[in-house]
Write a protein that binds this ligand. Structure first.
Ligand SMILES: Cc1cc2nc3c(=O)[nH]c(=O)nc-3n(C[C@H](O)[C@H](O)[C@H](O)COP(=O)(O)OP(=O)(O)OC[C@H]3O[C@@H](n4cnc5c(N)ncnc54)[C@H](O)[C@@H]3O)c2cc1C
Ligand SMILES: *[C@@H]1O[C@H](CO)[C@@H](O)[C@H](O)[C@H]1NC(C)=O
Ligand SMILES: *[C@@H]1O[C@H](CO)[C@@H](O)[C@H](O)[C@H]1NC(C)=O
Ligand SMILES: *[C@@H]1O[C@H](CO)[C@@H](O)[C@H](O)[C@H]1NC(C)=O
Ligand SMILES: *[C@@H]1O[C@H](CO)[C@@H](O)[C@H](O)[C@H]1NC(C)=O
Ligand SMILES: *[C@@H]1O[C@H](CO)[C@@H](O)[C@H](O)[C@H]1NC(C)=O
Ligand SMILES: *[C@@H]1O[C@H](CO)[C@@H](O)[C@H](O)[C@H]1NC(C)=O
Ligand SMILES: *[C@@H]1O[C@H](CO)[C@@H](O)[C@H](O)[C@H]1NC(C)=O
Ligand SMILES: *[C@@H]1O[C@H](CO)[C@@H](O)[C@H](O)[C@H]1NC(C)=O
Ligand SMILES: *[C@@H]1O[C@H](CO)[C@@H](O)[C@H](O)[C@H]1NC(C)=O
Ligand SMILES: *[C@@H]1O[C@H](CO)[C@@H](O)[C@H](O)[C@H]1NC(C)=O
Ligand SMILES: *[C@@H]1O[C@H](CO)[C@@H](O)[C@H](O)[C@H]1NC(C)=O
Ligand SMILES: *[C@@H]1O[C@H](CO)[C@@H](O)[C@H](O)[C@H]1NC(C)=O
Length: 518
């Protein structure tokens, strides 16, 4: 019953929308008379450079590329399409770090959000005080936000692992990393934002003002509007970190330590600032550990030996303590306490002391090193309920992926759902604690993407059995999207009707399509 009711709603969205067939190399009629027309390019050399994304798995050239110089310009474009007798789809692109063509828009206009940053006024304003925050352009990269806030001895409360992602892009998913257990995902650490809706209206929203749009757009996969500015929560920054990298051969020990580290019920969670785990499937992956910070060649050899003596995956746990220069001694004591209480394989603790910025920006170096390994990125990220993680380990890492030597980061770390607001569009599994499990594959062989995709599908099937949800989700049809959203689907659809009734925005997510139900 529910299902068919929502299906007919979708149908009505798509029936009213007859999309213009976007004639390449010419703008839709009327667009050239707008005062923003000089910011729109149909030059094939330019449109071609926006035809794919980080994943390199999908290709589709947009009809035109739009370089707005202000949020008003974005409102003008969307309003034009919305009121046109032949509306066209519009895709807001951050830096295109999507992996499954989410920013592509074959017969429409792609908004290059970065052009908002090419202004003479600041797009990152830091306000210090009892509740410090930063007002930032949604096109800004987190590394630039971090860099600007550090000048005030402040930092965003929550950052992703990789920082060359845009604010608007990560707020459209959730924005997660091994700091989630402190304050929740990035969407839980934003006070307000400006958004241009699918009707071309500019709205400022927060928990108090226009809360429904606030909750819709956070984790909203770009479906409800184009975020142009966000007010981000900050906190005092430390100067340095003590970073411990510990190895395990037993899934039970590593998960028990990971859970202990994020649980407020003991005295370890209070002393650490960051926790993540990683699975190394075997010798091939263990030998690539040298791409990550900061093992010596003899460390790497030791780790390879551990992997080769072990029948099955080995696990890495990263536990990090942030500290100011003056508190080095107490940081040392904290690390000693950690190492005493954790159950890693004896002799396999490696500790480093580096500046905070080098730690937070660590993947900048790693990604540079690893990008030499390949250019296709058929990624999968699952949220696995804590009660299922041992089964997930034995089914996925030890069976489905046994023998795999594909390059990739297979992260595994727990998060606490209490820190997520279920009013928001982001989807989590039904469990207080759940694990993020990343399968961040990299390959230079187009052929390998086929067998990796087969493995990914097998993992997705396991996930479905175990009550998992996907992060950075991508699905082939609307039935799968309904499953992903579960009981949140109805609200997602009704918000879509309210804020983007002609389904103009971010069609590359393939949730709502102009041509009807898939
Ligand atoms: C190397 C790498 C590391 C990553 N690490 C992490 C990580 O640690 N944690 C994490 O959570 N994610 C991570 N991601 C995933 C990342 O969050 C997504 O790729 C996300 O898409 C951000 O990239 P982007 O800013 O380039 O957005 P894009 O890929 O350009 O856009 C993604 C989606 O958001 C929409 N969108 C973009 N800007 C806006 C806006 N201003 N308003 C509304 N909608 C918008 C787009 O239409 C599209 O649907 C990583 C990705 C890569 C490639
Ligand atoms: C175009 O006109 C609209 C109002 O009609 C205005 O808000 C916008 O700033 C103008 N843009 C440019 C680039 O002049
Ligand atoms: C596009 O690029 C090609 C090759 O680089 C060049 O010859 C051509 O002039 C370019 N076209 C335009 C419209 O700039
Ligand atoms: C920024 O300032 C420079 C010089 O003052 C000017 O040439 C340029 O047009 C300005 N750019 C914008 C986007 O206002
Ligand atoms: C930063 O402050 C300047 C000056 O008040 C303002 O013009 C600009 O819009 C602000 N930027 C953001 C992203 O809020
Ligand atoms: C931080 O900003 C400064 C300029 O203020 C720049 O020189 C430096 O390269 C930036 N650092 C990073 C990591 O982007
Ligand atoms: C670290 O020290 C600086 C002063 O050097 C201070 O501004 C900052 O608040 C301190 N950070 C923390 C987390 O206490
Ligand atoms: C999750 O977080 C809440 C709120 O901080 C806390 O009460 C609860 O104990 C946490 N759960 C676990 C299992 O760590
Ligand atoms: C941490 O907790 C353990 C067990 O509850 C206790 O034995 C230990 O003394 C505590 N350590 C500190 C530093 O409080
Ligand atoms: C990384 O390791 C190398 C070699 O062990 C060492 O020289 C270097 O100082 C380390 N870097 C940092 C930032 O600790
Ligand atoms: C992986 O496969 C090999 C060869 O088929 C087998 O010997 C090994 O036991 C398997 N590993 C695990 C963890 O099941
Ligand atoms: C895909 O196939 C390649 C070549 O046969 C193999 O090396 C790799 O392990 C496979 N990857 C997966 C994820 O199965
Ligand atoms: C890729 O696969 C096709 C058949 O699926 C095969 O003909 C081709 O040789 C393969 N290429 C490589 C580089 O393995």
């Amino acid at each position: 019953m529910e299902l068919s009711r929502h299906s007919s709603i979708i149908l009505s969205i798509t029936i009213v929308t007859t999309f213009a067939s976007f004639v390449k190399s010419s703008l839709p009629q009327g667009l050239q008379t707008l005062n923003i027309s000089s910011e729109i390019s149909t030059d094939p050399n330019i449109t071609a450079s926006f035809a794919t994304d980080f994943g390199m798995l999908f290709n589709s050239t947009p009809g035109a590329v739009f370089y707005p110089s202000s949020p008003n310009d974005i409102a003008t474009l969307i309003h034009f399409s919305y009121t046109s007798s032949k509306p066209f789809p519009i895709s807001q692109r951050g830096r295109g770090h999507s992996t499954y063509g989410q920013t592509l828009v074959p017969d429409g206009v792609l908004i290059d959000m970065s052009s908002l940053g090419h202004t003479n006024y600041s797009r990152i304003n830091v306000t210090d005080g009892p509740i410090p925050y930063a007002d930032v352009g949604a096109e800004q990269l987190w590394i630039d936000v971090l860099n600007a806030t550090l000048k005030h001895d402040l930092m965003p409360r929550m950052l992703t692992d990789y920082l060359s992602l845009t604010v608007g892009g990560t707020l459209s998913y959730a924005g997660i990393s091994g700091r989630e257990f402190k304050h929740g995902p990035q969407i839980s650490n934003v006070y307000e934002f400006d958004v241009v809706t699918g009707t071309g209206e500019i709205v400022t929203c927060s928990r108090e003002f226009n809360p429904d749009l606030f909750y819709a757009a956070l984790g909203g996969l770009g479906q409800f509007g184009v975020i142009t500015r966000a007010r981000i929560a900050l906190q005092p920054a430390q100067k340095r970190v003590r970073w411990s990298r510990l190895f395990y051969t037993d899934i039970k020990l590593v998960t028990s330590d990971l859970e202990k580290l994020i649980s407020p019920d003991n005295n370890l969670s209070g002393i650490i600032d960051f926790v993540e785990g990683e699975v190394l499937l075997g010798v091939a992956q263990a030998s690539l550990i040298g791409f990550t910070f900061n093992f010596t060649n003899s460390d790497v050899q030791k780790i390879i030996d551990l992997a080769s003596d072990n029948n099955g995956p080995i696990y890495l746990l990263d536990a990090v303590v942030f500290y100011n220069d003056t508190t080095a001694t107490s940081a040392e004591q904290k690390v000693d306490l950690l190492l005493k209480e954790l159950q890693y394989t004896s002799g396999f603790a490696f500790s480093y002391d580096i500046p905070l910025l080098n730690f937070l920006n660590r993947l900048h170096y790693q990604e540079t090193a690893r990008s030499s390994q390949g250019r296709f990125h058929p990624w999968l990220v699952m949220f696995v309920p804590k009660s299922k993680i041992l089964e997930f380990d034995s089914t996925v890492y030890k069976a489905t992926l046994n023998g795999t030597n594909t390059v990739g980061s297979l992260l595994i770390y727990p998060m606490n759902r209490t820190m997520w607001d279920d009013e928001m569009s982001a989807v989590t599994p039904n469990a207080e604690v759940f694990y993020t499990t990343d399968f961040l594959w990299t390959t230079s062989e187009a052929n390998d993407t086929k067998n990796i995709t087969i493995k990914n599908n097998q993992i997705q099937n396991v996930g479905e059995q175990l009550g998992c949800k996907e992060y950075l989700p991508h699905f082939k049809n609307q039935v799968e999207w309904q499953k992903q959203f579960g009981n949140k689907w109805g609200k997602f659809v009704s918000r879509k009707m309210k804020y983007d009734p002609k389904a103009l925005l971010s069609p590359g997510q393939r949730i709502f399509t102009p041509s009807g139900i898939n």
